[in-house]
Write a protein that binds this ligand. Structure first.
Ligand SMILES: NC(=O)c1ccc[n+]([C@@H]2O[C@H](COP(=O)([O-])OP(=O)(O)OC[C@H]3O[C@@H](n4cnc5c(N)ncnc54)[C@H](OP(=O)(O)O)[C@@H]3O)[C@@H](O)[C@H]2O)c1
Length: 379
């Protein structure tokens, strides 16, 4: 393939525009992928809504997108585990500091990815179904297993004997949460989680032993009662606003670690434009106040809250444990289900902007996916 097309964001806050992009070259340890499906994440919407306030290192024009599935069309030096023609799913790292937010970002026809953050996709799993995984799975793994997060034992992932230790996941129906349920179970832990009532059966099928509605004012009490006297190994606070109830659970159960995937306020709640606005000032004031309060209220009780950075696994032993050893086998055996369910929101790169806008309105146990099959690439 000697031409490439991408959905570019040309400047902070701008809509995505589809046009030509350079054909990237894989470096050592990297793969070149012909992309067949991408998924949108809250991160894409948040970066677009916040301009240079977040991810200030980006030099526009750049390309968003973290989740890709497709076919290997080239390999860099030192790659032994993949060959041209392999069907794969991969975490595109372009938006991270020090990476290339053009060649390594997902919303394009041809992308460069790290072989170490790529897994073979079984033929039974479509590109659309598989592409829901990368950022969500990586973030779940970072929160559960990284030193400085919950630091759970992942040494026998997939073959771990059950242990009488509980992991509480606030927001089990989120993309991150549904993967965290499966990973925590694969590591041998018991899981208690929260979700809307319509998703309770689904959470149970993923491996949660008990599920409570996060809108129930008594959800914290019910979770504490469910824990009984068992040791709580850690609490994963996934959804926006999860830290507060997670702290109450920690205080009541004696848990000492809370790993948070989200800030205490939604970054969607502001206009998508440059400059000061009342909404933006209010958001950052609330963010600062709630974060400071959380730190004080946690530390005074010996509880350590930490903020998860999903990409951390790229530079730690968690990355190879998840992407190299666990995921390929667990996908092939069906032990790890692609979660959440893919909802194809359009075909061709021109559909990505609409999918991001749709995500801002909220989804329930679904991932918005864009199909880039051969006929529709770039259109
Ligand atoms: N720090 C990082 O590295 C990192 C990486 C990825 C994502 N994140 C953040 O993690 C959060 C989740 O991302 P995602 O992609 O997993 O989200 P998502 O799949 O879009 O989450 C949708 C789900 O959120 C659930 N939800 C909404 N409000 C909730 C609440 N108050 N309590 C519990 N669950 C609630 C809903 O559950 P029901 O349908 O059951 O109501 C819904 O199914 C986002 O804030 C995202 O920005 C952080």
């Amino acid at each position: 393939m000697n031409s490439n097309s991408a959905a570019w964001i040309d400047s902070p806050y701008a809509d995505l525009t589809v046009r030509q992009a350079p054909v990237p070259t894989p470096g050592p340890g990297q793969l070149l992928i012909a992309v067949r499906a991408v998924a949108v994440n809250p991160l894409d919407a948040i970066i677009q809504s916040n301009g240079a306030v977040m991810y200030g290192w980006l030099r526009y024009a750049v390309i968003l997108g973290e989740d890709v599935a497709g076919v290997v069309i080239g390999t860099g030096t030192g790659v032994d585990d993949f060959a041209v023609g392999d069907r794969v799913v991969a975490y595109a790292m372009g938006l991270e500091k020090g990476r290339d937010a053009v060649s390594e970002s997902g919303f394009q026809e041809i992308v460069v990815v790290e072989a170490g953050l790529t897994a073979a996709l079984p033929t039974a799993v479509s590109f659309e179904d598989g592409v829901v995984l990368p950022l969500a799975l990586s973030t779940a793994a970072a929160g559960l297993f990284e030193e400085g997060q919950l630091a759970l034992d992942f040494s026998r992932l997939g073959g771990a004997p059950p242990r009488d230790e509980v992991v509480v996941i606030w927001g089990g129906a989120t993309s991150v949460g549904g993967n965290a349920i499966q990973l925590a179970r694969a590591a041998g832990y018991r899981v208690i989680t929260t979700a809307s009532a319509r998703n309770h059966d689904l959470m149970t099928r993923l491996g949660a032993e008990a599920v409570f509605d996060y809108r129930d004012p008594r959800a914290v009490d019910r979770i504490v009662a469910e824990v009984g006297g068992s040791r709580v190994a850690g609490i994963l606070a996934v959804a926006v606003g999860s830290a507060e109830p997670s702290l109450r659970i920690a205080r009541a159960t004696g848990a000492t670690k809370i790993a948070m995937a989200s800030p205490p306020v939604s970054f969607y709640d502001q206009p998508r434009r440059r400059g000061f606005s009342l909404a933006r000032i209010r958001l950052f004031l609330t963010l600062g106040t709630r974060t400071a309060l959380l730190q004080v209220r946690s530390r005074s009780r010996g509880i350590t809250p930490s903020f998860i950075w999903g990409s951390a696994i790229a530079a730690s032993p968690v990355g190879p444990a998840i992407w190299g050893r666990y995921l390929p086998a667990a996908l092939a055996s069906g032990e790890h289900r692609p979660y959440p369910q893919a909802r194809v929101a359009g075909r061709g790169l021109a559909a990505v902007q609409h999918a991001i806008d749709t995500l801002r309105d909220g989804v329930s146990a679904q991932k918005l996916v864009i199909s880039l099959d051969e006929a529709q690439r770039g259109s």
